[in-house]
Design a protein around this ligand. Structure first.
Ligand code: COA
Length: 187
């Protein structure tokens, strides 16, 4: 685990590069989080200034320095602009991580987050070395649930009114992927 916190682990896929974000990326992050469609199922409030994006990027870096989480910015390989990001929070080292992600709505439904999660999942098994990856998603967030299902996550149940956002309580679906699910699929 030490290695991945010494040098930021850049991860690539066929079309994408997942890399550390810096303050220069604030405009791109602002574009993502100032879009009501992106934050519709999230506890975060709509961003109204670039400064909020700068503060968030600082938080990403602090979380990494404290070895609590890795936030990857997603870009197309041929363009450095950040079009989305993924969070892998190390909730319990050696045991489980929590996933999160957001994509600029101009890029939705092109398989981008599915592609990003596929390589991140491989990275989590090989380098973060936990047994379980989990994600909690609003039951109304159909595209997010679909992405997780496409990469092999299973629904474990509904956590009733677990989150409060956009003025009301929301049921959340807990989904998970275990290392053995992936290994069994390969065999
Ligand atoms: C969730 C999100 C990351 C998906 O990214 P993406 O790159 O568009 O995902 P993909 O293209 O890989 O896959 C989307 C899938 O959802 C499906 N989908 C899209 N809208 C849907 C809807 N309203 N109902 C059902 N399925 C839907 C697509 O058809 C596709 O499935 P398919 O390949 O079987 O056709 C993106 O929509 C997003 O950023 N949403 C806002 C932020 C968010 O919800 N983050 C997650 C919080 S848990």
């Amino acid at each position: 685990l030490e290695n991945i916190f010494e040098v930021f682990p850049v991860v690539t896929s066929e079309r994408l590069m997942l890399r550390a974000m810096k303050r220069d990326d604030a405009e791109s992050i602002y574009q993502i989080l100032s879009d009501p469609e992106v934050i519709r199922y999230d506890t975060v409030d709509l961003f109204t200034s670039i400064d909020q994006a700068k503060t968030l990027i600082d938080y990403f870096q602090q979380a990494y320095n404290k070895k609590k989480a890795i936030f990857w910015g997603i870009s197309m390989k041929n363009d450095s602009k950040i079009i989305g990001f993924c969070k892998c929070e190390i909730e319990c080292p050696g045991v489980r991580v929590d996933l999160g992600y957001d994509l600029n709505s101009a890029y939705w439904n092109r398989g981008i987050m599915t592609e990003a999660l596929e390589v991140l999942i491989d990275f989590i098994w090989s380098d973060i070395k936990v047994n379980r990856i989990e994600a909690a998603v609003s039951t109304n967030n159909k595209s997010s649930i679909r992405v997780l299902e496409k990469v092999g996550f299973q629904c474990e149940g509904i956590l009733r009114e677990r989150s409060f956002f956009k003025g009301k309580y929301h049921d959340m679906m807990m989904l998970s992927l275990l290392k053995k699910d992936c290994i069994e699929n390969v065999l």
